[in-house]
Design a protein around this ligand. Structure first.
Ligand code: PAF
Length: 282
């Protein structure tokens, strides 16, 4: 595995891999603090592409002023070992100053979608995501880029950005990877103390219940949201930010789950903000 820290170096290395005839370059952008969710995307990329590039960049532009940018877990050596062991060809590890020169002044916003779900409580977050993802895609120029379904709103917004701006890249989503007790893997799980870790299980539990209700024929979004909120209320330490039942592409609320529908939840456990979701179809 080759590690590159400059944009010029990464561009040249990616160009070298793409130049091999018929070779397909897969790309997994990350913010590091890697877990099996990230590695499952790397595995998928390895299955579907000939070469795999990964970036680790904790993007300051997607953190609000009172968010956890300074505390965000940073484990570059461990991450690099995991990626090397997973057969990654290129690791892009730029410093913030390499990605954002002092006169950087461009922001890319997918209007509408960027203000929905997490975008409602994290103003500017998704613009920070789309700006950095567009920049990374321009640097790497992959044939295929891989994102996690756990960030379902992010995935919808990136798909829309890529389609609107005709990025020549196929966007592929990887399924949520869960701990044995159901908690969706997240780099932010590291913030939870043992009591909070236990409380956090309620997020996946409420989604599982919604899934079962849908399988049992309940299609009305209002009823499903009530059921999910009732379960979440069993853990008073968990502050619910939203329970939403939306179209997975537009992120707009739907009245029932007769089509493929995204059920998404965001909550704070202590000061840690967690998200989870499930795709259902009535
Ligand atoms: O999902 C993430 O880790 C980040 O939002 C991403 C896509 C790497 C952009 O910084």
């Amino acid at each position: 595995m080759k590690t590159l820290t400059s944009i010029a170096g990464m561009r040249a290395a990616c160009r070298g891999l793409r130049a091999q005839s018929g070779s397909r370059l897969g790309f997994v952008p990350t913010m590091g603090a890697l877990h099996d969710g990230h590695l499952s995307l790397v595995r998928k990329a390895r299955e579907q592409c000939d070469h795999v590039a990964v970036s680790i960049f904790v993007n300051p532009r997607q953190f609000g002023p009172n968010e956890d940018l300074d505390a965000y877990p940073h484990t570059p050596e461990r991450d690099a070992d995991m990626l090397r062991d997973s057969g990654v060809d290129l690791l892009f590890l730029p410093a913030a100053a390499e990605m954002y020169h002092p006169d950087f002044s461009t922001t890319l916003t997918v209007e509408g979608l960027s203000g929905r779900l997490c975008g409602a409580s994290r103003p500017g977050h998704f613009s920070g995501v789309t700006t950095v993802v567009a920049k990374l895609l321009n640097i790497v120029q992959p044939d295929q880029a891989f994102f996690g379904q756990k960030d379902a709103a992010q995935a919808a917004i990136i798909r829309k950005m890529a389609a609107d701006l005709s990025f020549p890249v196929e966007i592929t989503l990887g399924a949520i990877v869960r701990e044995p007790d159901g908690l969706a893997m997240s780099s932010r799980n590291a913030y939870l103390n043992p009591e909070q870790r236990e409380q956090a299980r309620v997020l996946s539990r409420c989604l599982q219940e919604v899934d079962l209700l849908v399988a049992a024929g309940v299609a009305d979004s209002g009823r499903l949201i009530d059921a999910a909120r009732k379960t979440l209320a069993l853990e008073p330490g968990v502050q619910v930010e939203y329970v939403a039942i939306v179209d997975p592409d537009t992120l707009l609320p739907v009245d029932d789950v007769s089509r493929r529908t995204l059920v998404a939840v965001a909550a704070r456990v202590g000061t840690t903000r967690l998200i989870d979701n499930v795709l259902v179809k009535g």
